[in-house]
Design a protein around this ligand. Sequence first.
Ligand SMILES: NC(=O)c1ccc[n+]([C@@H]2O[C@H](COP(=O)([O-])OP(=O)(O)OC[C@H]3O[C@@H](n4cnc5c(N)ncnc54)[C@H](OP(=O)(O)O)[C@@H]3O)[C@@H](O)[C@H]2O)c1
Length: 264
Amino acid sequence: MDLNLTGKRALVCGASRGIGKATAMELAANGASVTVLARSAEQLEHVRTTLPVIHAGQVHYALAVDATQDFELIQAVNNHVEKHGSFHILVNNTAGPAAGKLIDSTVDSLMEAFVQHILTAQRLIKILTPGMTSDQYGRVINIISTSVKQPIDGLGVSNTIRGAMASWSKTLATELAARHITVNNVLPGATETERLEAIITKQANVRGVSESEARSNMLAEIPMGRFAQPSEIANAVAFLASPSAGYITGTSIMVDGGRTKSLS
Ligand SMILES: NC(=O)c1ccc[n+]([C@@H]2O[C@H](COP(=O)([O-])OP(=O)(O)OC[C@H]3O[C@@H](n4cnc5c(N)ncnc54)[C@H](OP(=O)(O)O)[C@@H]3O)[C@@H](O)[C@H]2O)c1
């Protein structure tokens, strides 16, 4: 199996921590030159300097930008592409919407999530499609959620936006297949990051239980009896980014320890 990403350039969004950071590490470990993107410049620079370098010619960059600010994002990515070349691999990833029931959520919170997830991804793919097409190598991987298969209680805005993102992804997979660009999703289950801690705290508050009880309740729903490590999500991304995954497009891979009950 060919997982070698030497000569490939990857843009990994939401890479200052959590799943995005682990993904950047894994792509770099397989030889890609990685550009990490997030808002916090200091954290991002720290990640950039710790990315593996396994061959000469592999250079990593950091882009500190708020991806929801359209002008800022477009300018930063366009400038980067002009200077360092276009990307072969795009990992769409950002923070998840706040937890809570959909009925209690504001219209504004849905709008914000739409901007952060869908519009950011659309802006990026429009910039990067020409380069992927001319290099005949494109891998778009979206970090979404298992809620695409089975909505998760208490994550109303997230459930809604994840469905839209999966539909965006499937549509593009069809439209871009003939250009050697694949578009796939990785659906993490409960993964040990700051996002998971926030969800546990919220569930504990809503249900009036301690955080350790909320944690145990979540673990009880996972057949493997443990949360995922971010690196386990990153492994699936690295495979989809690789030459070996060239005939896989329009699909979603669940990495959830068996939690989701859906058959497809
Ligand atoms: N962890 C889980 O259990 C789990 C399960 C299922 C799905 N997911 C989903 O997987 C994705 C990643 O999860 P995670 O746990 O790694 O999340 P996380 O720890 O909250 O990390 C989110 C990343 O996105 C960046 N970010 C947030 N807003 C941004 C903005 N406006 N512009 C640019 N970057 C931004 C953050 O960096 P800055 O703050 O520096 O900008 C950070 O690097 C999320 O969508 C999450 O909902 C996670």
